[in-house]
Design a protein around this ligand. Structure first.
Ligand SMILES: [Mg+2]
Length: 256
């Protein structure tokens, strides 16, 4: 592609998927961790309070673009159930690690991802940009799946305090890669944070609909609404073969 020197990738539902039961197992492990630390929460009641707290904190991220963290959700949920634990309480820190251990156990690479990254790593500077609240878990997932070393730059929203689609995170990716917006191609699945966010930063985009086209369950977020269509110009692919063809200057890409 003309003038492209680097490629940025989203993580969830772009390079990897998560087994559909991971969220339920994660909350179960979180709950067990709290119980092991002597906090007598009942799983179903806690699950509901945690979900409500998560929705509340995530709604705040939509207002100002700032990333949140699971320790606030857990603290809020526990307070509502009569347990006054500050977000920085070590019992909450331990429960966060247990929560994310389920995602580490149940993430899978989209087939062909390693081969695709291997095929382009010497031709382009590669970056990873993920909205992820707990950076150590994101990095553990990348290491565990054997793809961390493909990326010269890894930007996790939880490390910088802002999340996509905020322009600051795309600017940081460009700065760390040493590229201008015109030199980067960004690949992601989620229309608003990935495609519209990158587009607003002047970056060309590829919308990957691999997961959507195959009806694979979305990586479990708290709210799973139907994904909209990007409201800006983008190319669309449904397989890594199509991305490789696009980079080679050929291939037939469907309209949105
Ligand atoms: Mg995604």
């Amino acid at each position: 592609m003309d003038g492209i020197r680097g490629i940025g990738f989203d993580l969830f539902n772009t390079l990897i998927t998560v087994e559909p039961w991971a969220l339920s197992e994660a909350v179960g492990r979180l709950c067990s961790s709290l119980q092991d630390d002597g906090i007598a929460v009942e799983r179903e009641i806690f699950h509901k309070a945690h979900r409500q707290a998560a929705l509340q904190h995530i709604a705040e991220t939509h207002r100002d673009g700032r990333e949140t963290h699971n320790r606030f959700w857990i603290s809020t949920a526990l307070c509502r159930l009569g347990f006054a634990l500050e977000p920085d309480d070590p019992r909450i820190s331990r429960s966060v690690e247990r929560y994310f251990s389920a995602f580490q156990d149940h993430c899978r690479l989209i087939p062909g991802t390693k081969e695709m990254l291997g095929a382009i790593k010497d031709r382009y500077r590669l970056g990873l940009l993920s909205n992820f609240t707990h950076p150590p878990a994101a990095r553990a997932i990348l290491e565990g799946l054997g793809i961390a070393s493909f990326f010269e730059v890894t930007v996790i929203s939880g490390e910088i305090g802002y999340r996509k689609p905020h322009a600051l995170v795309f600017d940081l990716l460009l700065n760390r890669l040493g590229l201008s917006a015109q030199e980067l191609l960004y690949v992601g699945d989620d229309p608003e944070p990935d495609i519209e966010g990158a587009c607003s930063a002047g970056i060309r985009t590829v919308w990957t609909t691999y997961v959507r086209d195959r009806n694979i369950p979305l990586a479990p977020g708290v709210a799973q609404e139907q994904l909209p269509t990007p409201n800006c110009p983008t190319l669309r692919i449904s397989s890594w073969e199509e991305l490789l063809m696009l980079l080679d200057g050929n291939g037939d890409f469907r309209d949105l």
